[in-house]
Design a protein around this ligand. Sequence first.
Ligand code: M7G
Length: 311
Amino acid sequence: AEEEARLRRFNFTRILNQDTGTKTVNLLGEIESTPAILIAEKTAFNVTGAHLTKFSHDLHLPKVTLIARNDIYHSFMASQNSEYGEVKLTLIFPATETHIQKYTHQQLRMVVETPEIYRELVKPYVEEKRGSGRLDWVHNILEHKAEKESIIVEDTDDVEGFILLPDLKWDRKTMASMYTMAIVRRRDITSIRDLKKMHVPWLKNLRRRIPEVICEKYSGIEPDQIKLYVHYQPSYYHFHLHAISISHDSGIGQATGKAILLGNIISRLESLGGDEEAGMESVELTYFLGEESELWQRVFKGINGKGKAKE
Ligand code: M7G
């Protein structure tokens, strides 16, 4: 197919990052002089196969199958020989500067986001990011323009509705690394910062239904083996939840300082004083950022620097 031909035209430039824990390597390259990012991930061991495939830069992969495509994101499974394991490939093409930053190895920094810092510095940044086409893939899913056949469940209610589907990161078959996401239909919640007390019944409903639906669809997993969390900061500012198998170690994406359990957000909201309008906008949030991220460069580098100067 067209996408497979595109993948084969990938011209390697340099390695952005590699992680021996998650068995991934992020490669920067070009396809017809346009930046492209290729993320290769070794999938779980095939217990009958004695060897692991070795991924090489020049992509000697006889068989490549497209699993899903949405906007600039493509995911493939590649195998050299069915006897060996497979390699999962994610191609981002064309890749923007933001993608290159995100997939580059970097040092992390702890930051403290007060309600004031959020209001004055972070919120304007979030608004700016939302307008730039970065959410096209989310809108494609909500409008059934992409990944329609992958939807696990859809609730079409305009206010409380959501779509649950496999995450781009999942090979869609290994249950031990089950990785799904729920994208809410409403477009006015950018991140947990927009959640208010009035949303608690809805969030509780999501917490109950998502694991239920996953267990109806897939065997070999039970509701209390599914972890529901939200990222702060997320990479994409349209409210979504991650629902993954607790036995899956997905690395930094589920580390403290990045992932917040949905249950803990609910109880945080419930314990807030004030009326139904009170919400996460008024709490202080501590998390980490990569030094390559725009938020670190633009907002927190200066703030952390000032703190140091005072000491
Ligand atoms: P996030 O918390 O905003 O950012 O989650 P993160 O990528 O830093 O974790 C976005 C989630 O959406 C990630 O888990 C991605 O793997 C997933 N995702 C991203 N894209 C572009 C797609 C896509 O096109 N399709 C699907 N199904 N999932 C995606």
